[in-house]
Design a protein around this ligand. Structure first.
Ligand SMILES: NC(=O)c1ccc[n+]([C@@H]2O[C@H](COP(=O)([O-])OP(=O)(O)OC[C@H]3O[C@@H](n4cnc5c(N)ncnc54)[C@H](OP(=O)(O)O)[C@@H]3O)[C@@H](O)[C@H]2O)c1
Length: 328
């Protein structure tokens, strides 16, 4: 169940940032193939945002959704989008009811729906999440029928806990993966207690946890794994989960060595997230249909055994923790 939305979604969804921009070239046909492969493999939850390719991701998702029976009550698919990052400058004062109406109207048009299933604040400044007026404005969007439910996407554990305490927040999206374990301590228990959905993003640490990169791997100039490697454009935690690249490559080798027979390293990393109590859905991004299919199949793997879980915890404690745990 997707928290307080009342909608049921699968444990593996699809992240649709790649279908917009910022990951090198992904042509329109390729993007549609990713969406089709995911839905054909049983994915029912799609996560996008108004800024991914300045609306391109939303429009492609809308096209797919229209072909596949729609969203909303009775529709087979659930689409979550995000708003806030169109604000320029991106400051707390930009998060007004008027802006929310304009942003959601544009997303409704892009997605071709009257009512958005779920709109998430897109990593707003922390002050936005501590302000009553924010939630009052979001409640108004629900009353007006622009959105069926709202949630937040956040950077830090503190921001997640602030949002979970609000009565109508349906979902919290946060980075949770083998290299980012801090939400296990307080956020997942608090969300489970409150009935708030947890949407786990960046589950493969931007691809590191597939185990396929090495120290000499390069990425395209228009891929954030090149241009945001040190946080030059947005929070560095969104790129390789904030783990320094060479540290992440070495740690991913150790994760790969623990992948159970019959599972790839990426599937092992996804399964680890699915197994965490309190997780509602995990949203790996994909640039090919093959990746989307393989990721969807992680839903059917057996839970990881205790030995594997211990080994993955040791990789975190010994290699990764010092780089991320105190920061987010
Ligand atoms: N602030 C926010 O709210 C926010 C921020 C970030 C992400 N998100 C959401 O979370 C979603 C997921 O995060 P993400 O896309 O940043 O990172 P991710 O899911 O950790 O990594 C995606 C990358 O992993 C690689 N990959 C995926 N499946 C694979 C497979 N089966 N085998 C091998 N490699 C595979 C691909 O890299 P290659 O391109 O190298 O093939 C893909 O581009 C996004 O799409 C977006 O919807 C939200």
């Amino acid at each position: 169940m997707l928290g307080r939305t009342g909608r049921s979604v699968g444990v593996v969804g699809l992240g649709c940032w790649q279908l917009g921009a910022d990951w090198g070239e992904v042509g329109e046909d390729q993007a549609l193939a990713v969406l089709a492969a995911a839905v054909d493999a049983g994915v029912t939850f799609l996560d996008t945002a108004d800024v991914y390719g300045d609306g391109r991701s939303e429009r492609l998702v809308g096209q797919l959704v229209a072909e596949r029976g729609g969203t909303g009550p009775g529709g087979p698919l659930t689409v979550a989008t995000k708003m806030g990052r169109r604000a320029d400058p991106h400051v707390a004062e930009a998060y007004t009811l008027d802006a929310f109406r304009a942003w959601t109207d544009r997303s409704r048009q892009n997605l071709g729906v009257d009512t958005l299933d779920l709109v998430q604040l897109h990593c707003p400044p922390s002050a936005v999440l501590g302000t009553d007026a924010t939630y009052e404005a979001l409640d108004t969007l629900v009353d007006e029928g622009r959105v069926a439910a709202y949630g937040v996407s956040v950077e830090t554990v503190a921001e997640a806990l602030a949002a979970i305490a609000r009565p109508h927040v349906a979902s919290v999206q946060i980075i949770l993966n083998v290299f980012r374990r801090k939400p296990l301590e307080q956020v997942l228990p608090a969300a489970a207690e409150a009935g708030v959905a947890i949407i786990a993003r960046v589950p493969l640490a931007s691809g590191l946890l597939s185990g396929k990169y090495d120290e000499s791997t390069t990425f395209a100039a228009d891929d954030h794994r090149t241009y945001n490697r040190h946080g030059e454009a947005f929070d560095v935690g969104e790129t390789f989960s904030g783990v320094p690249y060479e540290v992440g490559v070495a740690a991913a080798r150790e994760v790969a060595a623990r992948a159970p027979a019959g599972a790839t390293t990426a599937q092992t990393a996804l399964r680890w997230i699915v197994d965490q109590p309190g997780v509602t859905t995990v949203i790996p991004g994909a640039r090919t249909g093959e990746q989307a299919r393989a990721n969807a199949a992680a839903a059917d793997l057996a839970p990881l055994d205790a030995g594997t879980l211990d080994a993955l915890r040791a990789v975190y404690d010994e290699r990764v923790r010092e780089h991320v745990h105190g920061r987010w």
